[in-house]
Design a protein around this ligand. Structure first.
Ligand code: SF4
Ligand code: SF4
Length: 577
């Protein structure tokens, strides 16, 4: 028996769930569970109309618990917590049950089994909800400062943005100079300015702002605390090595990318005249009049695209992603080469031409000026060999002429190399940042929360989260500015209350839990004349790692107490009629 009043909503997800799970049967199986007073289905629970219906039910039926069985909590936990809040129900009396990723999508060939699993999962959610209590967020006062790691175009722009809204900034750059890779770029599209000029312009602005402290030749070596109040140690390597400690409310990571370094022999790399796009851009930038390589005028150029990007599964540690900027950058470089020598012959060997948006104009311009585009298949990549007389010989099968084979003599072969993640191992350990399979930092949600990470108060921007061009990097930097300012400007942050709590009556301070906590959230304190453990609420992440280590059962996780977990297990194994 239960005196709770719980509403249960089972989502079709427009067929994503109901094509594989009999959602009506789930409703029937759970409608008489203890505490349930409303149980129904909805085609899209997350739609405005369905949310309104839930709000109405909560108010009219006086519900004190809510269960939505739909997709992953990663997607809609906050949506439905907000539904509860808007209806006047404590959001922590809501439970999301995942019957899509963990059920319908995982068992597409077994409707009966998937339906039974959904029933068990929903029952477990109801059991947990029966034992929920209203919880209040943990409120932390915020320090009005931000640490930015990386002073490339994204980091510099973010620093200026934050300073302009009155937030103090510590900008830390590992290299001796600021600017990252952009500082080495030549003329950029569409404004025609050199990368160095852009960086110098930003650096001038940084220098004008007293609230920005820039450290070069420096790195972050330690971080403690939590969103709103991080304590960070920065190691400055020059003139003499020294450490300083700073307190900030948020951290922005803008460490950028590294260019792909071709392997020896990859598309002839290592042969005289085979170079990366970056090296060719430098050559363009440094040549005064006509284009010259090794004392000889360049008359024929071959560009090979997708080098180090979109690699096949047969390769170990393949870079499967498209680097996004190299098609544009290569066509742009080719147009600059036309400016140096309108007679030059340029051959673009591509897999797919991805000059999106306004970059399409660059492609059109290259075509108009006489560039030749040949499309090759990834399974039959172009071959690059020495061709005699100081020339290179490139052989390619062109799909646009039904696989005709062409042999091109070139003075230089330019490899359109993509972006790879920077080696950030130490920083990953210090910040505990998640890294994706591709090696770039991971945001929480690519569309809805594109600069937030799972570590509260730590944001990512620029090419450290995936290949981006410089405008996209700056746009994401400004998004990180807005996000960090939104938590700091209020003066306080509210953290999840689903964290560990110690019962001081039971604790005898053995210290085992403190050792188990990966976030150093457990401290020692005096309680009625004896030592006990205390959870620092600002630091605890609610991972639950400490709970099973306590032999005295003195620890519990709010919202997932021992009693709640046990009730969920009982519900999961209950017979299905
Ligand atoms: S709530 Fe989730 S499962 Fe339901 S429709 Fe929306 S996305 Fe799909
Ligand atoms: S729940 Fe996790 S983060 Fe919190 S005190 Fe326990 S081990 Fe540490």
């Amino acid at each position: 028996m239960s005196d709770r009043r719980i509403g249960v909503y089972i989502c079709h997800c427009g067929g994503n769930i109901s094509d594989y799970v009999d959602v009506d049967r789930v409703v029937k199986a759970v409608c008489d569970e203890p505490g349930v007073v409303v149980a129904r289905t909805a085609v899209f629970t997350c739609s405005d109309a369905a949310q309104q219906e839930i709000i109405q039910d909560i108010k009219e039926q006086n519900l004190d618990g809510l269960v939505v069985a739909s997709c992953s909590p990663k997607l809609h936990l906050y949506t439905f917590r907000d539904v509860a809040r808007r209806a006047g129900l404590n959001p922590y009396q809501y439970t999301q049950v995942n019957i899509r990723e963990q059920c319908s999508w995982a068992h597409t060939g077994d409707r009966e089994g998937a339906t039974e699993k959904a029933i068990r999962l929903v029952r477990a959610g109801i059991a947990r909800t029966n034992l929920t209590e209203p919880l209040q967020p943990v409120k932390i006062d915020t320090v009005p400062g931000v640490l930015i790691i990386g002073a490339g175009i994204a980091g510099l722009r973010a620093a200026i943005g934050l300073a302009d809204i009155g937030i103090c900034v510590y900008l830390v750059e590992r290299a001796p100079v600021v600017g990252g890779w952009v500082a080495r770029f030549g003329k950029m599209y569409p404004h025609g300015k050199k990368g160095r000029e852009l960086i110098d312009q930003l650096l001038d602005e940084v220098k004008k702002r007293e609230s920005i402290t820039l450290f070069t030749n420096a790195e972050v070596v330690e971080k403690s605390g939590s969103m709103g109040d991080f304590h960070v140690r920065i190691r400055i390597k020059e003139p003499a090595e020294s450490d300083i400690g700073v307190r900030v409310g948020a951290i922005i990571v803008a460490t950028g990318f590294d260019p792909y370094q071709p392997r020896e022999g990859e598309y002839g790399y290592g042969l005289e005249g085979v170079m990366t796009l970056a090296a060719f851009q430098e050559l363009l930038d440094n040549s005064g009049g006509r284009l010259v390589y090794n004392g000889r005028e360049i008359k024929d150029v071959v560009y090979i695209y997708c080098v180090g990007s979109r690699q096949g599964t047969d390769m170990e540690n393949a870079n499967r992603y498209c680097s996004r900027y190299c098609c544009n950058a290569t066509v742009h470089a080719a147009n600059l080469a036309f400016e140096k020598n309108p007679e030059i012959h340029q051959f673009h060997l591509f897999r797919d031409m991805r000059t999106y948006g306004r970059f399409e104009l660059l492609y059109r311009e290259a075509l108009k000026r006489g560039a030749t585009f040949l499309k090759f298949d990834a399974s039959e990549p172009p071959r690059v060999e020495q061709g005699g007389n100081g020339k290179l010989k490139v052989t390619v099968k062109d799909l646009l002429t039904s696989g005709e084979e062409f042999e091109i003599r070139a003075d230089v072969v330019v490899l359109a190399t993509g972006m790879v993640p920077k080696k950030n191992g130490k920083l990953v350990d210090i910040l505990k940042l998640p890294v994706g399979r591709d090696g770039f930092f991971n945001e929480i949600h690519p569309k809805l929360r594109p600069v937030e990470t799972v570590v509260d108060g730590v944001f990512i921007c620029g090419a450290c989260q995936g290949p981006k061009n410089s405008s996209e990097s700056v746009a994401s930097a400004l998004a990180a500015v807005a996000q960090s300012a939104s938590i700091l400007k209020k003066g306080y942050v509210e953290l999840e209350p689903l964290i560990a709590a110690v019962d001081p009556q039971l604790c005898t301070w053995c210290g085992v839990c403190a050792q188990a906590c990966p976030y150093s959230a457990i401290e020692q304190e005096q309680y009625r004349g004896r030592e006990v453990a205390r959870v620092n609420e600002a630091v605890c992440k609610g991972c639950g790692g400490c709970v099973p280590t306590c032999s005295r059962d003195a620890l519990n996780l709010r919202g997932y107490t021992g009693a709640q977990i046990k009730s969920m297990i009982d519900a999961l194994v209950k017979e299905i009629c």
